[in-house]
Design a protein around this ligand. Structure first.
Ligand code: IMP
Ligand code: MG
Length: 181
């Protein structure tokens, strides 16, 4: 695999599509085991999580439903910062087993705020699945239940993750290269 360039920044291959597919299959098997006969509601956090949520959902061997939410986080004013639902949930989560699916948890602020709002709607249970997790960057008391890959605090793109809207359609995941090309 070669390097790719977006907005003058060079990225090198980091996680291959084969590795992603294998890991997503493993998580789908775990979820299928854990949620048999419970019809979980999978909530895909747009935009970045759509490839992961799609592959995960399509690999489930149990009944499950999918819903979408788009969040916009306001950073800057720490604890008072809120997460707005740009596209809100139209399904009721009350009494349901819910799995929130994210592309990446970095500081964890987006997820922490969303979980707070979600729990106010009284789901029976909420779990979090994230394809990527940067444990060193985490600022919230949050522990994702399903993690695809734990990675160092570096900027990555591909498989849903973007740089200014671009690179979401890369099949592999790339990391910002600090090395000269
Ligand atoms: P958090 O609220 O700091 O956990 O950030 C979550 C959001 O920041 C993610 O949903 C992504 O949209 C974005 N983000 C964090 N790290 C990266 C990255 O390495 N590449 C692309 N987007 C990222
Ligand atoms: Mg995101």
């Amino acid at each position: 695999m070669n390097t790719v360039t977006y907005n003058g920044l060079t990225f090198r291959p980091f996680i291959s599509s084969e590795q992603i597919a294998k890991r997503v299959g493993e998580i789908a098997a775990e979820v299928s085991d854990a949620y048999k006969d419970r019809n979980p509601l999978i909530i895909c956090v747009l935009k970045g999580a759509f490839p992961f949520a799609s592959d995960l959902f399509m690999n489930l061997s149990i009944d499950a439903e999918i819903a979408f939410v788009r969040l916009q986080s306001y950073s800057g004013t720490e604890s008072t910062g809120s997460v707005r639902e740009v596209i809100g949930l139209d399904e009721s989560v009350k009494g349901r087993a819910v799995i929130v699916v994210e592309d990446i948890i970095d500081t964890g602020r987006t997820m922490a705020k969303f979980l707070e709002e979600l729990k106010a709607q009284e789901p029976a249970e909420v779990k979090v699945a994230t394809l990527l997790f940067k444990p060193d960057a985490l600022q919230e008391p949050l522990k994702p239940d399903y993690v695809g890959f734990s990675i160092p605090s570096k900027f990555i793109i591909g498989y849903g993750l973007d740089l200014d809207g671009l690179a979401r359609n890369l099949k592999d995941i790339y990391v910002l290269s600090t090395d000269p090309v």
